[in-house]
Design a protein around this ligand. Structure first.
Ligand code: PDD
Length: 279
């Protein structure tokens, strides 16, 4: 982790960050967040992340303490101060500190906390692929908001790990939505299928970039829900996300997907994604 944090308007060490025990982030998970990728010292697709941050803030009626240009400046400074070349930047806003009571507190000011982490691209998983377990999606009906409430994601991921797999693929009554911290796409008969960007999934920045690359490569794409059966019978499956980029899913519930190794569409999108990040 980078040694310098951004806390409200100041750059501080971890010891200097003093978070109130009454912060609503603790009581209620009353807050929102973003995870940016940093490649070559630069934030990847900041505009798409800010669009989502502002949409989430509006949905939760949480007033962001600064506009996007001021925020971008601060985040770029955080990356510089931590001398981060390759990694992630985490930022969260909570509704602030106030005695525990459900209604929005009148006086509380939203609080901001951000830090960076040095992390390499997940090259091993992108090469070999991951094994996944299907888990019922028990989340609320605003999975499009990127909020701090991640308990269903925590439980799903834990269940997947305890079953000896790498990640959880979530489904609502047999309809695949997304994964514990990424979106999912499958390929069937040359067509890429992925759940539409509605209220049941997070509108992933990587998902949007990959769909843009698929269109540019003239690959057929259908944004429509697909079932667990369609997943298990798919030619290819892969997940997309800030921390996983484009990672193949090679087995689900112990059953091989397609050939049991990354397929040609996945490999093509991995190459195009690497080109998009300037590699
Ligand atoms: N998670 N779906 C969920 C539930 C997620 O939590 C994420 C990202 C994604 C992918 O979105 P993006 O491509 O914008 O990263 C999809 C971040 C990385 C996290 O919680 O750590």
């Amino acid at each position: 982790m980078g040694s310098i944090y951004l806390y409200n308007n100041r750059f501080l060490s971890a010891e200097e960050v003093a978070i109130s025990p009454e912060d609503r982030g603790y009581y209620y998970g009353d807050g929102i967040y973003e995870v940016f990728r940093v490649y070559n010292g630069r934030l990847f697709e900041p505009g798409l992340h800010f669009d989502r941050l502002e949409r989430t803030a509006a949905g939760l009626r949480l007033n962001l303490p600064m506009d996007r240009s001021a925020l971008l400046e601060k985040l770029e400074e955080l990356v510089l101060r931590n001398r981060l070349n390759e990694g992630t930047l985490y930022i969260q806003f909570t509704r602030g500190a106030a005695p525990r009571s459900l209604p929005f507190p009148k006086e509380a000011e939203p609080s901001l906390m951000a830090y960076t982490t040095e992390v390499a691209r997940p090259v091993a998983a992108m090469e070999a692929g991951i094994r996944a377990k299907t888990v019922e999606d028990i989340r609320w009906l605003h999975c499009d908001y990127k909020t701090l409430n991640l308990l269903p994601n925590v439980l799903a991921k834990q269940e997947a790990v305890e079953a000896g797999t790498d990640d959880a693929i979530l489904h609502r009554g047999g309809t695949v939505t997304e994964c514990s911290a990424s979106n999912i796409m499958i390929v069937r008969d040359g067509v890429i299928l992925t759940h539409p960007a509605d209220n049941l999934i997070l509108h992933g920045v990587t998902r949007a970039v990959v769909l843009r690359l698929a269109h540019a490569a003239e690959l057929a794409v259908l944004e429509r829900p697909f079932t667990l059966e369609e997943l298990l019978g798919a030619d290819e499956a892969f997940i997309t996300g800030t921390t996983v980029e484009v990672t193949p899913v090679v087995s689900v519930d112990g059953q091989a997907i397609g050939s049991g190794a990354a397929g040609p569409v996945t490999r093509r999108l991995q190459r195009d994604f690497a080109a998009a990040i300037g590699l």
